[in-house]
Write a protein that binds this ligand. Structure first.
Ligand SMILES: [Zn+2]
Length: 116
């Protein structure tokens, strides 16, 4: 439904830009700004679209199509969300990357499933 496109685009980028702002509140106070910026930066996973032809197709489901949007990749992103970083003394921002990527996938998923 092409007449949906402006609202669909606003929702898509709204989720990409604003949702991480809310999610950042779940991080420790001193990490919130960095967590937000890291989650914003996870949009670079869309670079995998460059391997597709056409690069952008509003009628194509990204999930399961592009390599960094594959179910295997998503499984890794989910694991990145639940690793006990503090116990392992691993850097906390790895979780921000994982959460950002999982939310990115949810955003791309809703863009297809809820709007077409
Ligand atoms: Zn994407």
């Amino acid at each position: 439904m092409i007449e949906n496109l402006p609202w669909r685009t606003i929702t898509h980028y709204g989720l990409h830009l604003l949702a991480p702002l809310l999610i950042a509140l779940f991080f420790k106070k001193e990490h919130r700004v960095k967590a937000y910026l890291i989650m914003l930066a996870t949009i670079v996973v869309d670079l995998d679209h460059l391997f597709a032809d056409p690069i952008f197709d509003p009628n194509r489901m990204s999930i399961g199509f592009h390599p960094l949007h594959s179910y295997f990749a998503i499984a890794i992103y989910v694991i990145m969300c639940v690793i006990p970083y503090e116990k392992l003394h691993w850097p906390w921002w790895l979780r921000a990357i994982g959460v950002g990527l999982v939310f990115h996938m949810i955003t791309d998923w809703q863009d297809y499933v809820l709007w077409l």
